[in-house]
Design a protein around this ligand. Structure first.
Ligand code: KQY
Length: 365
């Protein structure tokens, strides 16, 4: 497949909203023992549950290393397509392509990936295999791609309504480890040209202590144009309270690209989730990888749900707010089946269901 010059905007391609119809979903199989406890066995069981749940709604492909291929194949149902692909870890939202379409043809944006901050504050080294994932998925999808040169970005750090608006956080996109030579205006230009949006809404910060430097996909999500969910904290003594309140204020004072006020639904967070001694003890310590220490607070959020055709797959934490989250999602998405998956094992690796999925929109050739 070709590498394209120019930009999606010039070529008339746009990034759809996740709530739009999908052709399918990609995931990557977890295996590295310095991020996933107990040789990634508990995480693999949850990844298999997520893939199985997605397969009930739309086609799904799981990318797996050569070493893990046989194991993944036997853990996943036959409906799930399994392909061999190398990677450094399992976060396809971030290293996979962001797809754009003109309604007839699909193309990918292959951002440069540097493990959430490169040598400044990245989460592991090296990341070269991850950086090659987007082009490989584009090959499987028969999609030409735009390579963004030195511009670093992860799919979880952007969110669009498919109708001219993108939402990001300053904490992430202005972080030192990504594009320190770009001004805020230059970053905004890149987003407008590659996602083909006219307006970028800048939230301030993401979820408290999110190791991605505050990815937007853990705190904010469009349900449809003009309507969104925001991760919400009710405990005024918690540092998250101020972060969520600040973002709400920004959203209340904004309009989207079409001039609409955005209706915001509060999705109340679980009570803080901390790493236990047993969980910490199961992770191999390797220099250069973020350690998993006892008592560390994880960036748990129900906003890390994934929208599939006709469904919503959301993470549960065994928390009193799990059922409350389900009710909020059922209210906001009355036409979708809401499926909860106990996802603490994904959280222990540093993300959740949205971070381990990447959609291929419909509208490809
Ligand atoms: O998008 C994400 N939340 C991924 C985080 C990666 C964590 C690596 N340990």
């Amino acid at each position: 497949m070709k590498r394209l010059q120019g930009t999606p905007r010039i070529d008339g391609f746009r990034m759809p909203g996740e709530f739009e119809q999908h052709k399918g979903t990609y995931m990557i199989w977890p295996e590295r023992p310095d991020n996933w406890r107990l040789g990634a066995k508990p995480a693999q069981r949850v990844f298999a549950e997520v893939a199985t749940a997605i397969s009930e709604f739309e086609p799904i492909t799981v990318c797996v290393s050569a070493d893990q291929f046989a194991n993944a194949r036997q853990m996943l149902p036959a409906e799930v397509r399994v392909v061999e692909m190398s990677s450094n870890d399992a976060w396809v939202r971030d290293c996979g392509p962001s797809f754009v379409t003109n309604g007839k043809e699909l193309r990918g944006i292959d951002w440069r990936f540097n493990a959430w901050g490169g040598l400044v504050d990245g989460l592991y080294f090296p990341w070269d295999k991850d950086d090659a994932v987007a082009q490989k998925i584009c090959e499987l999808e028969d999609a030409d791609s735009y390579r963004t040169g030195g511009f670093v970005l992860e799919g979880g750090s952007i969110h669009t309504d498919g109708d001219g608006t993108a939402v990001v956080t300053e904490e992430c996109l202005l972080s030192e480890g990504r594009n320190p030579h770009f001004s805020k205006e230059q970053i905004e230009d890149m987003l407008c040209n590659y996602l083909n949006v006219e307006k970028v809404i800048w939230l301030r910060r993401g979820i408290y202590l999110d190791e991605t430097n505050g990815h937007v996909d853990n705190i904010f999500c469009f349900a449809r144009p003009g309507e969104a969910l925001l991760a919400w904290c009710e405990d005024e003594s918690d540092p998250q309270y101020e972060i969520s309140a600040e973002n709400l204020k920004i959203l209340e004072n904004e309009t989207d690209a079409r001039g609409r006020k955005i209706k915001v639904h509060k999705l109340v967070l679980p009570t803080p989730v901390l790493i236990t001694e047993e969980e910490s003890g199961g992770v191999d310590a390797i220099e250069g990888t973020l350690p998993r220490n006892v008592g560390d607070r994880l960036a748990a959020s129900y906003v890390n749900f994934y929208l599939v055709n006709g469904g919503v797959i959301f993470p549960m934490f065994g928390d009193k707010n799990d059922e409350r989250a389900r009710k909020t999602l059922e209210k906001v998405f009355p036409d979708r089946r809401v499926v909860g998956i106990y996802a603490r094992e994904i959280l222990l690796g540093g993300g959740n269901i949205h971070c381990i999925t990447q959609q291929v929109p419909s509208g490809g050739r």
